[in-house]
Design a protein around this ligand. Structure first.
Ligand code: GDP
Length: 430
């Protein structure tokens, strides 16, 4: 059994949805941590990573099924789309849906905040069917009404959805799990469904492969470690001392948080000599300040040519570059990671938005970005603008922008950034 388990890597799961739908809280609940309150009103747009041991999932789903057979040792290559059941679909839910469709990612819908239905009787950590049976007729009616509304909203987006325990067409009809991230109803169902669904449909994808596949999530300075990178190792094994690229350097330390803890939250780390996929890892090494979030990390083998590694890394950038407007006219767009930049460009290109882009940058807005954006001022004043998605602006850049007349809009939410820009254009026209 152990040997068989080792053949599969942990699936990787991502959580998406509108602001305030409960993404952070849901993860906090599963982990038993409190990232959400630590953030005090901030919006989590960064990606985090937590490793969930199989033992923990087995324990928490035992009420649903005596000893769920876990072939997959953690969570997944699947997404959870979180919808606030009292609110229904919102702009970012639809944005998330578009991304999921674009990448052909399997997903499960969590209808979160069921405990907010008026008169809800708490059944801590109970499977959802059991919890639902405890509710009054009024609560059940309200639940059914909200459910019907949401099913209709998804249908308007071209999606068939159904409560998972009533779903007879798994694969064609998307599963919904009612949950509460506060009192835990439906969480066992969500965990079990994730694990079962990934093992049933993704065995091939999850079969452990020796070829290193690794993505940089975040580049950041940590006291005592210098610039570090948080990565997700999707496949393969990496070792302390491995030479990595495209920034050519040698891994000084491989660190992970303790199981069930969040990689992004400060704390003590475990040191490793080697790590096998899938895992979220913090890497320390020289020169990491040049790494770009969202791009691949490559391990240079003894037989590998360094130039090939560099070329593979360039491929990551190409798909993004190809989205820039060929006319050379458009706004300047800045985002924190390659992934968020891609998502943002996709949004700006969509028909109902349709804003041309002339230049892009990753990371904080610097003077050089302002200089580049200012070129547009003579061509089309409104394009002399930087749309800064979830990034900081350096004081020097801000000063220069004021001097040159470059507008900088900042927001952590894509559609709000667009709204700001739209309002600005309308103002100019008047
Ligand atoms: P995120 O923006 O999607 O990460 O949402 P958060 O996890 O930060 O949650 C937004 C707010 O909704 C916070 O005040 C949470 O405490 C609250 N919340 C999240 N999930 C639930 C839930 O299941 N029930 C209730 N009553 N409140 C929730």
């Amino acid at each position: 059994k152990q040997a068989e388990e080792n053949l599969l890597r942990s699936p990787i799961c991502c959580i998406m949805g509108h602001v305030d739908a409960g993404k952070t809280k849901l993860l906090d609940f599963v982990r038993g941590t409190n990232v959400q309150e630590g953030e005090a009103g901030f919006i989590t747009q960064q990606i985090g990573a937590t490793y969930f041991p199989a033992e923990n999932i087995r324990e928490r789903t035992k009420e649903l099924k005596a000893d769920a057979k876990l072939k997959v040792p953690g969570l997944c290559d699947i997404a959870i789309l979180v919808v606030d059941i009292t609110d229904g679909l919102k702009p970012q839910t639809i944005e998330s849906l578009k991304l999921l469709k674009m990448r052909n990612t399997e997903f499960i819908i969590a209808l979160n905040k069921v405990d907010r239905l008026y008169g809800w009787k708490t059944c801590r950590n109970a499977p959802i069917v059991k919890a639902m049976k405890q509710q009054s007729k009024d609560v059940q009616n309200e639940f059914n009404m909200k459910l019907r509304q949401i099913v209709t909203q998804f249908m308007e987006q071209g999606l068939n959805t159904e409560l998972y325990y009533k779903n007879r067409e798994m694969g064609e009809t998307f599963n919904m799990v009612p949950t509460s991230a506060i009192s835990g109803e439906g969480i066992p169902d969500l965990l079990l469904l994730l694990v079962q669904w990934t093992q049933k449909t993704m065995v091939e994808k999850l079969t452990f492969n020796n070829k290193v596949q690794c993505t940089v999530l975040e580049v950041k300075v940590i006291e005592g470690h210098g610039t570090t990178i948080d990565v997700v190792l999707v496949n393969g094994v990496i070792h302390e001392g491995d030479q990595i690229g495209p920034i050519v350097t040698t891994i000084r330390a491989l660190l992970t948080p303790h199981p069930m803890k969040e990689l992004r939250v400060k704390g003590t780390y475990l040191h490793h000599k080697e790590i096998k996929a899938a895992q979220g890892i913090k890497i320390t090494a020289q020169g990491l300040e040049h790494a770009i979030a969202g791009t691949g990390l490559y391990v240079v083998g003894i037989d590998d040519d360094l130039e090939d590694v560099k070329e593979a890394a360039m491929e990551d950038m190409k798909s993004v570059m190809s989205r820039i407007d060929k006319s050379g006219e458009g706004v300047y767009v800045q985002a924190s990671t390659l992934g968020s930049l891609e998502a943002f460009l996709e949004y700006l290109k969509s028909l109902d938005v349709c804003i041309p882009v002339s230049g892009i940058g990753i990371g904080p807005v610097h003077k050089k970005d302002v200089m580049k954006a200012s070129v547009m001022l003579e061509k089309k004043k409104e394009y002399g603008t930087i749309l800064a998605f979830d990034v900081k602006v350096t004081p020097e850049a801000r000063e220069l922008a004021a001097e040159l007349g470059v507008k900088i809009f900042i927001d952590e939410v894509i559609y709000r950034l667009f709204d700001q820009f739209k309002a600005y254009i309308c103002n100019l026209k008047e």
